[in-house]
Design a protein around this ligand. Structure first.
Ligand code: SF4
Length: 383
């Protein structure tokens, strides 16, 4: 198991407790977006396409704590934008850790090494580094040559300093399953705690609309990648969600499982769609017409979606929803190699990587950071 036992226990007792209280819709992870600014401009990302006046806005630590307390989740993910560009990210993380929240700080790690001194290692804090595959795949995906090497340097520095480090990888059409499997080997060698892989979502705002995966192609790709696993690979995702990606089981979406809070408020209905905003988490739950969402709803925006933020909670809630769920998850945890002859054949099929028909486009993102002097480190470090 990739996550510490204390974290698994906290999540298990939280989910069972919510179910015993009879709560129909409860969240698992708060997706806290303290800003949308980024130092990358990835072709598959819909977050940094906002106008400049929105990109300049950021949540205060107090707004972050209020949102997390409202949702009451045991885990908080901090995506963005690039959270390390937030001038008070150290206060936000320290405040969440003090509240005993398990924090995944998502970062492209371009600034990780230089900002590591702002954080203290803790079992509650994990850097979740966005890496989209081996060097050339990642650099292509984030439109930045050299991005992979800087990120890996940041990961190594964080691990050496005693931090928990996980990775998250978004896969698009044209992903090479053999390369992804080799990438897992590289990450295990570097010493990351666990990897998470998921298909990208068709963001309407994303500049590259051509390479998002449909459901059938996603299942085929993930069957090839996640079957015949090596024992050395460790994953940071629910075994049930990974079986869903491999096409071994069906889940309906749980859009309230990972609710997103940003400078706009609580986003309806999920991290990916923007059908309005609510001022409070209760308002989000009470005023969203949830029947309009999920693949089974017929909503075309949900048709191909298999993303982590919609279905990881479905997997976790399935695990703790019945004795059968617990047993199936235990089986998936202990017998996790998934021997599959057909999946081996898929690995031998030719792949046409995206960058063989699309050249890497170097995008220089212009990012304005709010510089301040950090007096805590004694020598006036500008962050
Ligand atoms: S299926 Fe995807 S896009 Fe639709 S509500 Fe669920 S997470 Fe959001």
């Amino acid at each position: 198991m990739a996550v510490p036992v204390s974290q698994a226990w906290t999540v298990a007792t939280y989910v069972i407790g919510q179910k015993l209280k009879g709560r129909k819709r409860f969240p698992l992870v708060t997706m806290l977006e303290p800003l949308f600014r980024c130092n990358l401009a990835c072709a598959g990302c819909g977050k940094i396409q906002y106008p400049a006046h929105i990109l300049k806005q950021e949540l205060t630590p107090e707004e972050c704590f209020k949102a997390v307390e409202e949702a009451g989740t045991p885990m908080v993910s901090i995506p963005g934008g690039e959270p390390l560009l937030h001038p008070r990210i150290d206060e936000i993380v320290a405040g969440l850790v003090a509240r005993k929240k398990y924090v995944y700080m998502c970062t492209n790690a371009l600034l990780l090494k230089e900002k590591l001194h702002l954080f203290k290692p803790s079992k509650y804090l994990s850097f979740s580094v966005h890496l989209d595959g081996q060097r050339e795949h990642h650099d292509f995906s984030v439109c930045r040559e050299g991005g992979y090497d800087i990120a890996v340097e940041g990961i190594k520095a964080a691990i050496a300093a005693g931090f928990r480090v996980t990775t998250n990888t978004t896969l698009f059409d044209g992903a090479d399953p053999n390369s992804v499997r080799a990438f897992f080997d590289e990450l295990m060698e570097i010493g990351v705690e666990g990897v998470m892989v998921a298909p990208g979502y068709t963001y309407e705002k994303a500049p590259d609309q051509k390479h998002f995966l449909g459901r059938a192609r996603s299942r085929r790709l993930f069957r090839a990648i996640l079957s015949n696993r090596k024992k050395s690979w460790k994953f940071n995702a629910s075994p049930m969600y990974m079986e869903f990606l491999m096409g071994k089981r069906e889940f309906t979406c749980t859009p309230w499982g990972m609710p997103a809070y940003s400078v706009f408020g609580w986003q309806k209905p999920c991290y990916l769609l923007q059908d309005g905003y609510a001022d409070t988490f209760k308002e989000l739950i009470d005023t969203t017409d949830w029947s309009n969402y999920g693949t089974e709803s017929g909503n075309p925006k949900c048709a191909n979606c298999m993303v982590h933020s919609g279905y990881e909670a479905s997997g976790v809630y399935y695990t703790f929803g019945s004795l059968r769920g617990l047993l199936e998850t235990a089986m998936a945890t202990f017998f996790d190699t998934y021997q599959d002859r057909g999946a081996l054949d898929l690995l031998n099929e030719p792949v046409k990587p995206m960058h063989s028909f699309n050249p890497l486009i170097q995008i220089e993102a212009t990012v304005q950071t709010t510089a301040r002097i950090d007096t805590r480190v004694g020598e006036g470090t500008t962050v």
